[in-house]
Design a protein around this ligand. Structure first.
Ligand code: PLP
Length: 453
């Protein structure tokens, strides 16, 4: 029996009875019932009632090539028929992870040559954490194992992901984080810059917080610094241009590895294949997932720079780590086909030269002036709208209640899917959006802002 035999009400009842959702208040969900999304095509998703909704979030920052790509379904089908599964453990391999690894080495930032697979961004960050600590142990410095991260960072939901992340609400429920991870200030000028401080100087000050944490711990105790090039779930927080080059300089000065979490920014979102290229930095590890398959299959790839990879090979010994689905043949086949589409259609270049700049201008011209909007910002096709009570003082509606949630609800009612985090609205659409789609989105968001006033 397929889902078409069930009414919306029945699906909602079964959902409420048996399905625990991620990041959800289940008491609340039971009162309102889930919106059931049943199909999707291009930039649109459709719910069980047939409502066409413009997807401003590319699912969860992942469907970069848009929906309804038969080519990806065909790649999965062919691979499933030929070899649905075999592992890469115990000196075996299968063709698609082999070819995907070479392909990723070709498009990755300079100096990144090896790949370790998992099924999710969280798993990839677990791998990254274990790998950098293993690296220093191999180098004869097992005590060099502290990781510096940032407040409000999101690095996933597993115990290691939550520990690396800096979200208070998640830490409160953790009941004990992975030890030896510390969190420093985030590079968020809108709220944290001092009066009169330039963006440039604020970026250097935020980077200095990383240096201070290294000095405080002693560089002989610090393994790595990890950060999202642009904080995503924390509210699309775009650092000043001075931040990342300075963080890289500091990491090199103290011989601390630089780990980037590009689970959101990887594969074109910023207008470069990777945000490391956007900021002109060369990290030691890059965590990627999501748009690697445009979400058509669960797959993550930890891209490993030569320094770490070469040590792993030269020193030898088993790295006791891996997942049943590391290098899953079907997921890797879909990733190869997905990267083909991104390259063939020039989606990365299009974001850089056309839709990204148009998106930035549209947000500035049509959204920024609204009474409820404190700031708009974007890089490529990744943007944020800060909702405030008072534009001049930047006073928020929170903690009394999130106005962003109200705007989001109006937007969804107006067939525009976007996300609210705190008092920030987030946009991260498929890279296939055109100028017309951006116009449509801005119109719907402006209407939602008016309704929320
Ligand atoms: N890292 C970042 C920056 C993310 O945004 C996410 C998910 O949104 C993750 C890691 C975790 O990825 P996953 O949900 O696939 O485990």
């Amino acid at each position: 029996m397929t889902y078409q035999n069930y009414s919306l009400k029945q699906l909602q009842q079964i959902d409420a009875a048996h399905h625990l959702h991620p990041f959800t208040d289940h008491k609340e969900l039971r009162e309102i019932g889930s919106r059931i999304i049943t199909r999707a095509d291009g930039p649109f998703i459709y719910d069980s009632e047939g409502t066409e909704i413009l997807d401003g979030m590319a699912g969860l920052w992942c469907v970069n090539v848009g929906y309804g790509r038969n080519e990806l379904a065909d790649a999965a089908y062919r691979q499933m028929k030929e070899l649905p599964y075999y592992n890469s453990f115990f000196k075996c391999s299968t063709p698609t992870p082999v070819l995907l690894s070479r392909r990723l080495a070709e498009i990755a930032p300079k100096g990144v040559s090896q790949v370790f697979y998992g099924s999710s961004g969280s798993e990839a960050n677990d791998t990254a954490l274990r790998l950098v600590r293993h690296y220093w142990a191999l180098m004869g410095k097992p005590e060099k194992n502290r990781i510096i991260s940032r407040k409000n960072a999101y690095h996933g939901s597993t115990v290691a992901g939550t520990s690396l992340g800096g979200m208070d609400a998640m830490h409160k429920q953790l009941g004990g984080a992975v030890p030896n991870i510390v969190h420093v200030m985030m590079p968020y000028a809108y709220e944290l810059a001092l009066p009169g401080e330039s963006d440039h100087d604020f970026g250097l000050r935020a980077a200095k917080a990383v240096e201070d944490a290294i000095v405080e711990a002693g560089q002989e105790n610090v393994a790595a610094f990890i950060g999202e090039p642009i904080m995503g779930a924390g509210g699309v927080k775009i650092p000043p241009a001075s931040y990342w080059p300075e963080v890289q300089r500091i990491c090199r000065k103290y011989d601390v590895l630089l780990m980037l979490d590009e689970v959101i920014t990887g594969y074109g979102r910023t207008g470069e294949w990777f945000a490391a290229d956007y900021y002109g930095i060369q990290p030691d590890t890059i965590t990627t997932a999501k748009a690697l398959t445009s979400g058509y299959q669960p797959l993550s790839a930890l891209l490993v720079g030569e320094r770490v990879a070469a040590t792993l090979v030269e020193k030898g010994g088993e790295f006791y780590h891996g997942y049943t689905y590391s290098g899953h043949p079907v997921a890797c086949a879909v990733a190869l086909a997905n990267l083909d589409i991104i390259a063939r259609e020039g989606l990365v270049e299009r974001v850089k030269t056309d839709t990204g700049p148009y998106f930035a201008k549209a947000l500035q011209e049509r959204i920024a002036g609204h009474d409820l909007v404190g700031e708009v910002r974007s890089v490529g096709l990744m943007g944020a709208i800060e909702i405030v009570k008072d534009k001049a003082t930047k006073e928020r509606f929170l903690p009394a209640g999130s106005a962003a949630v109200t705007v989001r609800d109006h937007a969804i009612a107006n067939n525009m899917m976007l996300r609210a985090t705190g008092d920030t609205m987030i946009l991260s659409p498929p890279l296939i959006w055109t100028r017309d789609t951006i116009d449509m989105a801005c119109e719907r968001i402006a209407k939602a802002l008016d309704l929320a006033k």
